[in-house]
Design a protein around this ligand. Sequence first.
Ligand code: KG4
Ligand code: ZN
Length: 357
Amino acid sequence: MSPRAFVLGIESSCDETGCAVVADGRDVISNVVAGQIDLHARYGGVVPEIASRAHLEAINTAIDTALGQAGAAPGDIAAVAVGNSPGLIGSLLVGLMAAKTLAWVWNVPLVGVNHVYAHAYSPALNDEPVEYPACALICSGGHTSLYRCGGPTELELLGATIDDAAGEAFDKVAKILNLGFPGGPAIDEAARGGDPKAVSFPRSLLRGQSLDFSFSGLKTAVLYHVNGVPGRRPRPRRSPPASSAAGRGIESFSPQEIADVAASFQAAVVDTLIIKLRRAAKAVGAHTLVLGGGVAANSALRRAAAELADRLRCRLRLPALEFCADNAAMIAGLGYYYLRAGQTAALDLEAVATVRR
Ligand code: KG4
Ligand code: ZN
């Protein structure tokens, strides 16, 4: 039996410094994630300069810890895989430089991995391989895209957001609702006690067969619901219902009203994502649905995706919660397939901030 191939993965595209060791593309031996939420929370979003500096401080420890937890020596590593696109350029460069250095010093191949493709691969970690062709919906803080997947490395872009990403909308709406950062988990939690039909928020770009997304109008609708439309006075309170604080600023909202707005906003995002996923799955004849990215941790989205898969008689592959947000295990896992196909990179591999494909 041939020895198992250990790939060391490195992830630094946004605000998580990740390093992982994965065997044969699927067995996660170690998975270290050093987050930076505390550094960015006071700004209500990721500050690129702060993120790259924090990566620099965390990366060596993350690598040592991942190797240590795996009980792996450098001689055990078959290749170093790194997420080199897309992402914040300063952040990507930190992981890329570390990966190049290790590949050079250890004399092993370097593999460049697209971060979004890695999210689409994440359901296979510590689990069965994904059955292809699949239709993948990747939604995170930086991306909202639909892909036809013919295999782990064969992705064809079907549609993407034309403005905000779904996770970005969660983060911005959480800020409007004073729920803190990151907004996704906070809204998910608040929405549990709310009525998703309380406020009728728009579902954008549903006409025709478009597979693109737009969330900026929804974000503005929440802002106007909370603060009122600029230049228009809030409607006088009527009783009943005396409780409507709409248009009067977040301080006027009761905890129940905030929960209702959170649930209604979340329902609008989930409806939009699911309608487009259904359209895309039908268009490409996929029998497997895949979710990936930080927003794939959302409880309402996971439930709605399970219902959709039932209706379409498709398999559904959800990443384990620990592999939804950014992590290096997905980079190492997918990197193994490039290694196997001989698709390795030279040491002049570049970091690419924006990729649309
Ligand atoms: O994949 P990820 O860690 O980073 C990017 O590649 O962008 O995704 C982070 C995003 C954030 O916007 C965060 O608010 C969102 O994922 N998120 C969620 C949930 N958990 C994280 N959004 C909705 N519901 C959640 N439970
Ligand atoms: Zn991501």
